[in-house]
Design a binder for this molecule. Structure first.
Ligand code: ADP
Length: 868
């Protein structure tokens, strides 16, 4: 018979239910719900029915919960409230069934039977779970399951028995990846991805981080949990292979001999497996740590050589090194076998085999030999790394014992390179004073400050402001030097450049031939150079402090005041847009010497502004222009002389040619009479001579005529009037009509401008040029073009022909009087035509020249001023 305990909180409703149950022949004991637990202990019923009140009063559910968790007995709740919220609340107590009042006999039986059956099934499942757990817990391997996110949902007890975690702190909380060392995580993720895709990769080795931070190698194999095609997580096994690996690592490397060499080193050299257990160490380890080599290699971990206080840090560093991070040299407190401690530093790198990290190889240095002062410095020095300055410490022999980042930056040597080197040798230090001077100073005062020059690793000079502090031990002997230096190279360079430019300026000032003075705004001289003393023939004392105007001849005394008005005025006017800042005024003036002598000077007066742009001083440069003035005078008088003699010459030429005409005419007349009267009456020779004389007289006539025309250009010119050159050219061609016709010449022209000039002379000018172009024609039909071009301030005319051309070596000569290039028989002429052209052009203020090539025609150019 099924035994039931019925817990009620109200005896009236309890009675009804009890009756109902008894009618269905259950063995029922009705108790108050507060007594349920107690009675259940004693009666061990098959099922408990609890009348739980759910309308706001919590008690019912709490009791139910307590009872439920305590007994492995099915529980059914009976309640009068049937709203969804209360039912849901009741379910949280995990009853095996819920009945809602009023109760129906059939429903009651069904619910009781169902609850008992379900409860039994659940108990069996729990039992099998327990068995699995017991089984896995007995294994030394770690068995685990994760959900899809890698969160561990199940882990076997090995995690607590062997590795110190509790199952509770891991299940449902920790992620599987958290246990894998960072350097292996990516690989682990990749493996998981592959697994999910159904690829079986067998066993894989990973480094696990254990609870104390140490690393251990594990072989891991996982398989995915897939339900209804959905990936739900992983199930796997992880086996600690530290021992196996350690044995392997110890075997690796048969470079015994190399290792033996390391025994001779004064430092400890070691190799570890990935857990930090030492697989190899050199014999020096015995000297340092007191362990025999074999003793260490039998399984001592690197961390055992480090004091407990530093171990956690050491493990962290070890892990970082495993991820190939360059941790540099790290200092610890070392622990000897006899438990005494001493300062050490360790530097290590990873060892790899076939690309897989199998451990680390490192070096341990004993620091205890460093003096205490140095150790203290060394500790401070860590802080110094943050400093911008170069900071180093030296032992009394000058060996670098510490080198901060600032020093690395400034000198280019890394800490590893610098430490242990002699500082002066490494930096090729140049001291401003000898060691014999510097050293006693440092010894006595404990401090030295000064500028040093060093040479960086790249061979660049750096100047530093350096301060040296001497550290002493308790006996007062020097134990270390702290050297702090800041780079002042740029500052030094700037200072040097400034000093140099100042010196240059000074020298220039002193040696300049011009007198230079600096005055205040009220003209008081504040500085002057030697040249001014020479110019004024006064002493420096007679000049300095006195107004500049006192040095000037009376009529020039306002020079500075005048200049000041312009200069200062312009400084103030600087804000007015468009006004240009005038900086220097030039004025002619005269210095007055003490003896009353006057010296002509050209004064250049400049306003010197201060840094705020305010007028501050005048700079006066006085140049002795006596000689220039004298030269100018001389030049003027010789120019006048020249003009006079030119005029005289012209007059002479005119007069002679004019006066020669009369006697020549007489000679010509008489010779012509002789020719007419005596031709054929004397002998043949006489006839010929007479003919020569006539010819000579005619030629002389032409020459004199031409010369007269030439000299008339200067003496008989007409005043200038606006003349149309188109008309002028027409007149010239009319005059040349016969020659043009005869030579069948073609004359073309540009439109010519109107200029100021002497019309008849301009006609003559064109006539001579056109005449030559026709006269010196080649076999071809003469083509002559008169062109014009306008430049900025003049007209450039050209007369171009296609005649015989001129060798350019005669280009100058042909413009001189009587100069010609041909025999009279070849081309008639006197050689005066171009001389006249030149004279006319020059009288009009222009120039004339020729460009030509023999046989290729000539172009004669001349310019005339544009004239407004
Ligand atoms: P003339 O024409 O009386 O010889 P010019 O003074 O006019 O004297 O010319 C001087 C010389 O310049 C000429 O003898 C001639 O050799 C050369 N000449 C002048 N014009 C031309 C020209 N258009 N082509 C070639 N040669 C020329």
């Amino acid at each position: 018979m099924i035994r039931i305990i019925l817990g009620v909180d109200d005896s009236t409703s309890g009675q009804d239910i009890q009756n109902l149950l008894q009618r269905m022949s259950y063995d029922v004991l009705t108790v108050s719900i507060h007594e349920v637990t107690e009675r259940a202990d004693e009666l061990q019923p098959d099922i408990i029915l609890m009348d739980v009140r759910l309308d706001g009063e919590k008690d019912g559910i709490e009791v139910a919960q307590r009872t439920n968790s305590r007994y492995d007995i099915p529980i059914i709740f009976i309640t009068a409230n049937a709203d969804e919220a209360t039912v849901r609340r009741a379910i949280t107590a995990e009853p095996d069934g819920i009945l809602i009042k009023p109760l129906d006999a059939l429903e009651l039986t069904a619910t009781i039977e169902m609850a008992m059956h379900r409860h039994g099934a659940r108990a069996r499942a729990r039992e099998s779970d327990r068995r699995i757990r017991e089984l896995t817990d007995a294994l030394p391997e770690i068995i685990f399951e994760t959900d899809a996110n890698g969160i561990l949902t199940f882990i076997s007890a090995a995690i607590s028995t062997r590795y110190g975690w509790t199952v509770g702190e891991i299940e449902g909380k920790a992620n599987m990846l958290d246990f894998i060392a960072p350097f292996d995580r990516e690989r682990a993720r990749e493996t998981v991805r592959k697994r999910i895709q159904g690829e079986d990769r067998g066993w894989a080795e990973y480094a696990f981080i254990l609870k104390d931070g140490s690393i251990a190698p594990f072989d891991v194999r996982t398989m995915p949990i897939i339900r209804d095609g959905v990936y739900e997580g992983l199930r796997g096994i992880a086996i600690d292979i530290s021992e196996r690996k350690h044995a392997q690592a110890a075997l690796i490397g048969s470079e015994r001999r190399i290792r033996e060499i390391t025994d001779a080193l004064p430092v400890v050299v070691y190799e570890t497996d990935i857990t930090g257990r030492i697989t190899f160490v050199n014999a020096t380890a015995f000297d340092l740590f007191g362990y025999a080599k074999e003793e260490i290699e039998a399984g001592v971990s690197l961390f055992q050589l480090i004091a407990p206080a530093d171990r956690k840090r050491a493990r962290a560093v070890f892990r970082r090194r495993m991820s190939e991070e360059d941790v540099g040299r790290v200092e610890y407190i070392g622990l000897r076998k006899d438990k005494s401690s001493f300062p050490i530093s360790i530097r290590a790198v990873t060892m790899k085999r076939d690309g897989v990290v199998i451990g680390q190889r490192g070096v341990v240095i004993d620091f205890s030999e460093l003096s205490e002062a140095q150790q203290e410095l060394r500790q401070h020095a860590t802080m110094f790394n943050a400093a911008h300055d170069a900071i180093m410490t030296l032992d009394p022999a000058g060996t670098i014992t510490y080198w901060n980042r600032g020093a690395e930056r400034l000198y280019g040597w890394t800490t590893q390179e610098a430490e242990g080197q002699n500082a002066n040798a490494l930096l090729r230090t140049w001291f401003p004073e000898s060691r014999e001077v510097l050293w006693p100073k440092l010894m006595e005062s404990g401090l030295w400050e000064g500028e040093l020059t060093h040479i960086t690793r790249d061979g660049v000079d750096v100047t530093v402001a350096s301060s040296w502090t001497l550290m002493k031990d308790e006996k007062g002997n020097p134990s270390a030097i702290l050297e702090i230096s800041s780079d002042i190279t740029e500052r030094k360079k700037a200072e040097l450049a400034l000093a140099e430019s100042e010196a240059t300026l000074r020298t220039t000032f002193a040696t300049m031939a011009d007198g230079i003075m600096i005055t205040e705004l009220d003209e008081k001289v504040t500085d002057c150079n030697a040249a001014i003393l020479r110019l004024t023939q006064r002493s420096r004392e007679e000049i300095l402090g006195k107004p500049f105007k006192d040095l000037l001849a009376p009529e020039f005394r306002s020079v500075i005041a005048d200049a000041r008005k312009v200069l200062v005025g312009s400084v103030l006017a600087i804000t007015v847009p468009g006004s240009e800042k005038k900086r220097t005024i030039r004025a002619d003036s005269q210095l007055l010497r003490k003896n009353g002598e006057r010296v002509d000077i050209e004064a250049n007066i400049s306003l010197v502004e201060d840094s705020a742009g305010q007028p501050a001083a005048f700079l006066i440069v006085a140049r002795d222009v006596t000689e220039r003035k004298q030269m100018e005078c001389k030049l003027d008088s010789s120019l006048a002389d020249l003009r006079r003699s030119n005029a005289e010459l012209q007059q002479f030429a005119y007069v002679t040619s004019h006066d020669l005409q009369e006697p020549l005419r007489m000679i010509t007349s008489y010779i012509q009479i002789i020719e007419e009267d005596y031709k054929g009456k004397l002998d043949a020779d006489a006839d010929q001579y007479i003919a020569f004389a006539v010819e000579g007289a005619k030629r002389m006539h032409t020459l004199i005529h031409d010369l007269l025309a030439y000299s008339r250009v200067g003496t008989r010119g007409e005043p200038f009037m606006p003349i149309s050159l188109n008309r002028v050219l027409s007149a010239a061609t009319t005059n040349l009509e016969i020659a043009i016709e005869e030579g069948q010449a073609v004359v073309t022209r540009d439109r010519l401008p109107t200029v100021l000039g002497d019309e008849s002379q301009l006609i003559q000018l064109f006539q001579n040029l056109l005449g030559n172009s026709i006269k010196f024609r080649s076999d071809a039909t003469p083509r002559i073009h008169v062109g014009v071009e306008k430049t900025k301030d003049e007209w450039v005319f050209s007369v171009r022909d296609n005649g015989i051309g001129i060798d350019m070596k005669y280009a100058e000569r042909i413009f001189a009087v009587f100069q010609r290039l041909h025999a009279r028989e070849e081309y008639p002429g006197t050689g005066i035509g171009l001389a006249v052209v030149k004279k006319i052009v020059e009288r009009h203020g222009g120039r004339v020249w020729v460009e030509s090539e023999p046989a290729n025609g000539s172009t004669f150019y001349f310019t005339l001023p544009k004239g407004e």
